[in-house]
Design a protein around this ligand. Sequence first.
Ligand code: ADP
Ligand code: ZN
Ligand code: MG
Length: 505
Amino acid sequence: MKLEPVIGLEIHVQLKTKSKMFCGCSNRGEYEPPNTTVCPICLGQPGALPAVNKQAVEFGLLVGHALACRPASISRFDRKNYFYPDLPKGYQISQKDLPVAENGTLSFEVPEEGGRRSVTIRINRAHLEEDAAKLLHSPDGMSSFVDFNRGGTPLIEIVTEPDLRTPAEAKAFLQELRLIMRYLGVSDADMEKGHLRCDANISMREVDEDGTLGPLNPKTEVKNINSFRAVEHALEYEIKRQTKLWIDGKPIKEQSTRGWDDAKKISVAQRTKEEAHDYRYFPEPDLPPLDLTLLGQEVRGRVPELPANRRRRFAEEYGFTEAEARVFCDDQELADYAERVMSELQEWAASLETKIDWEANRRDFARLVAGWLLTKLTGLMTEKKIALAELKITPENFAELLAMLHGKKVTGTNALVILGEMIDTGADPSIIADEKSLLLSDDTEELASIAGNIVVANPAAVEDYRKGKTNSVQFLVGQMMKATRGKADPQTARELIETELKKLG
Ligand code: ADP
Ligand code: ZN
Ligand code: MG
């Protein structure tokens, strides 16, 4: 008999709406001085009445569609009652029985040795709620401060079914979810900044030799996980801890909550079921239920192309490999850039006197774009600390440089020189090439006479060649490349040198 992990995640995503969830205060309070984006509603003053933020509801519906949820017709808010200094009302407005979205699925790929495995898990629900304020504690532990800017800002909580089986799956799921939030434009979903927060639930269950699954056991909820790596570490730690308890004959019999200590890489007991809150949920009397039938249909039409579809299209339409498509599509801006470069190149190919058959040569272009964009340009940008948004090179000019390479008008070495200049000035590659005379020469007569001179000027190498030392040809080609300053492509240079050598007999 074996044990297998059963994992379910609860993810809070901070929505980047203009205003807060139930009042008109700015939702950019994290960039403002403490306690400046506040009002009687989000401070929970008696008699203040909330009103639902339509943009937050639309964002919720977008998330629902992206996670293939059943569209909600009626949705309602509920009060979740508990006391804490960051919650001035004594309750949080959340959603219990009628969330904006329910019953979805998400497919994603998990990296494995030798490839990727596709996994589909069920989404239990996605509901809207307001965030609590932020508590800050002085290092000496003597005083605490409350910043209410965050109080009342909109969150969507996404709850998965316990369908995940490994820490790697949990991490891959979260990464795909983050990307979807970004594609939808509903959140920056930055885990380090707390825009995406994850609580991980995990239990172990028995699996027979014949694959029969034992019953689900009480879960342990791990809180305070602040990075993708921490998700993996926390789950791996819990698997070890819970397995050991099982082996020691003390399997977990009771639901509990633990906190992840990322510095020590351990989880720490917080509370058991008996100590759990009774939230005494009841329908929020100050907000009427929402009929989302029409809005839901309208929002469906606004769902953009999602990462999985875009990756597939990058492979099918442009001939990128799966790995290339993945790197591009992990960054929307980069993917947009690559698409514009590809369509420029396609236009260029069709505009030539002797047209290039796009379908037949697509993969060559894709390889060129992936190589030059993902390694050469990205390399230079990292070195010069330039973000894509600040890049002076337009996709048109970048495509032109690649067209020069493809048309063998410039060597790879000189193309890199041109690219270096482009990144600084944003200039047109053909102008730079002209000014610095970096184009390959098509004057074969001139090149042939240079080759002749090289051979005459290097009698020792010629002597070596006669003795059968073939690497002396390479030396002469190198001299030729130097003399022409990259205006001869290496292939032509070699041919011309060999011709000259043969002339000498
Ligand atoms: P609760 O009622 O305590 O909130 P839920 O059933 O709503 O529990 O589940 C909360 C989260 O815990 C979900 O992400 C779910 O997938 C996960 N979960 C539920 N049961 C288990 C279990 N036995 N083992 C691991 N995770 C679980
Ligand atoms: Zn307010
Ligand atoms: Mg629950």
